[in-house]
Design a protein around this ligand. Structure first.
Ligand code: URA
Length: 241
């Protein structure tokens, strides 16, 4: 066996030192990118580690920032506030409406006008506080004079709802009215035929029901909505009185 000379040893030490130095720089760089650790491939990765994700608050904040002071569609010049969505990010139940009205446009919060007051009552009748569910709309900006949302506006805005729902991952989505139900379920079927049974959106149960604004004009349909929300409550294990 040949003995390694002193010079060789020093050269090797220098090489190893230089590799370690590079590795340290690389790891410091990864740290600045937000990497919090490295996984030893020989260690078994626990289910908890596999599921580790950024908190929903961070993801939703990033999404809100991505939307910014949105000018993607023709609704932006007339809106006062973009109405992004509000509520408990960890809720098992999400309500999706159509688009902000005048009150929502002023306050920047969904369902705060007359229809919103009725929705709040419906939520309470289901055994939730309004703050315990999440509420959003298909369209984030008010269409002038409360006209119906147009196809190009839905196309521009829908990706943000899709991302919101992928962050929220609720057990049930309650789609309020024709636009919400038809947009989520990719159908042209009438709301009267869609309501009353569960459908599926990305593996999440969807219950379409009448929009609260429609109920204000047609109070006799409140009975149908109560039937729909009872199915939602049963699905979520809520007590029905
Ligand atoms: N109608 C909706 O669909 N959404 C609101 O936020 C308010 C009224």
């Amino acid at each position: 066996m040949t003995e390694i000379g002193f010079i060789d040893k020093v050269n090797w030490m220098n090489k190893i030192y230089s590799i370690l130095h590079d590795l340290e720089n690389y790891l410091n760089f990864q740290k600045t990118l937000g990497v919090r650790g490295v996984i030893n491939p020989r260690e078994k990765i626990s289910d908890q580690q596999k599921q580790a994700e950024a908190p929903k608050e961070t993801l939703m904040e990033l999404l809100r920032k991505e939307m910014g002071n949105c000018t993607r569609c023709k609704l932006h010049p007339t809106r006062k506030n973009l109405v992004f969505g509000t509520g408990d990010l960890y809720s098992e139940l999400v309500f999706v409406g159509e688009a902000p009205g005048a009150d929502e446009d002023i306050q920047g919060e969904p369902f705060v006008g007359k229809a919103g007051m009725l929705l709040t009552k419906i939520i309470q009748s289901m055994g939730y506080d309004r703050k315990e569910v999440y509420i959003a709309n298909i369209i984030k900006c008010r269409p002038p004079n409360n006209r119906n949302p147009e196809t190009d506006e839905i196309q521009q805005c829908e990706p943000f709802l899709i991302k919101q729902l992928s962050i929220l991952k609720p057990k049930v989505i309650c789609a309020l009215g024709t636009f919400a139900a038809q947009t989520l379920l990719k159908t042209q079927e009438r709301i009267s035929l869609l309501r009353g049974k569960f459908h599926s959106y990305q593996g999440i149960k969807v219950m379409p029901t009448y929009h609260p604004a429609y109920l204000l004009r047609n109070p006799s349909e409140k009975r149908s909505v109560w039937e729909d929300v009872k199915l939602v409550m049963k699905e979520l294990g809520k007590k029905i009185n």
